[in-house]
Design a protein around this ligand. Structure first.
Ligand code: ASP
Length: 331
């Protein structure tokens, strides 16, 4: 008889664990059901893997913190360092899923599968999407072929890479897309198919380590808009930001006044990353902005939320702006 792989599910909260007083109402509260209840709601999960659950936190992911993320990454590393565990699933709210996914993609030090999932509809809703998402996530985490693919996110039958996915719709179950690079694969009722490997460096190939780290440097995101007030930058720096990600308009642009202020701060050693508020596409160097002169960094394919995560990890060490730019092309 085939021995089943061991998969641990770490539950952090979110809508997948949410409940509402009625199965057809829009209002609900995230993070109400515990891990045992979530596992019990998934028929035949025991045929995919020997599943074990741990309640790690129980928050809506709008309340996800770096303290939880750091502890989560360390817990995953400890679990996967044991011979017994073959893969890990993390259940998480969808609001900040892409941030935690990218953070784990850069800080988990194992080739074994790590898969995140969640739900757009609470557990009590008619046609709740959580149970099938969890079933599919366990199928991927139990699959030896999911090794060395970085952090994967399974939602609505799709397998996304942490570098590429983004939430695109506030309510639809088809909210996650990988618009620039495409999907890693699909998983239909547990049948896994891969189309391609992950983009960029990740997990075992990542140079970022959380050893001895309990907090990360402050990095703020400032959203560019017509007539943007440049003193937002002063405010961030005055409050301790070591780096600023501009969610720029178009190809990472900002108005002249903000550009001047950003250049002044870059001259004082604050790391300025130009990303974009536009949902798809890359931000490239020296197009309408003279990045070389101003010592700015471009986010390349990373959206502002993920560019912030990378910059926080990058700033754990002293680096020049050229070195930081290279890292944005590598991760
Ligand atoms: N606000 C919820 C969360 O991110 C939404 C969800 O999980 O879909 O926890």
């Amino acid at each position: 008889m085939k021995t089943l792989p061991n998969v641990t599910i770490l539950a952090t909260g979110g809508t997948i664990a949410g409940t509402a007083p009625s199965s057809t109402q829009a209002g609900y509260t995230s993070g109400k059901i515990n891990i045992d209840g979530m596992i019990q709601a998934v028929p035949n999960i025991e045929k995919l893997a020997r599943v074990d659950g741990e309640q790690f936190s129980n928050v809506g992911s709008q309340d996800m913190s770096f303290e939880i993320m750091i502890n989560l990454s360390c817990r995953i590393n400890a679990l996967l360092a044991t011979k017994k565990i073959n893969g890990v699933v993390v259940t998480h709210g969808t609001d900040t899923m892409e941030e935690t996914a990218f953070f784990l993609n850069l800080t988990v030090k194992s080739a074994k599968p790590v898969v995140m999932t969640g739900a757009m509809r609470p557990a009590t809703a008619v046609s709740a999407d959580g149970p099938l998402n969890l079933y599919n996530a366990v199928a991927v985490a139990a699959d030896p072929e999911a090794r060395e693919k970085g952090l994967l996110v399974v939602m609505n039958d799709r397998i996304h890479g942490a570098h590429s996915l983004t939430k695109t719709n506030t309510t639809s179950v088809e909210t996650f897309l990988s618009p620039v690079n495409g999907l890693i694969g699909t998983v239909i009722y547990g049948a896994v198919k891969y189309y391609r490997g992950p983009f960029r460096q990740h997990t075992v190939f990542s140079e970022f380590s959380l050893e001895g780290i309990t907090a990360l440097p402050r990095v703020d995101i400032l959203y560019a808009c017509a007539d943007m007030p440049p003193d937002l930058i002063d405010c961030s720096v005055a409050n301790g930001a070591k780096g600023i990600v501009i969610a720029g308009d178009g190809n990472g642009n900002m108005n002249e006044a903000t550009l001047k202020k950003a250049a002044q701060m870059a001259g004082q050693g604050i790391f300025i990353v130009r990303s974009s508020r536009v949902p798809t596409g890359t931000v490239s160097r020296n197009v309408e902005v003279d990045d070389d002169t101003h010592q700015f960094i471009v986010s390349d394919e990373l959206n502002p939320a993920k560019a912030r995560i990378l910059l926080m990890l990058v700033l754990l060490k002293n680096r020049s702006f050229q070195q930081v730019q290279e890292l944005f092309y590598s991760y």
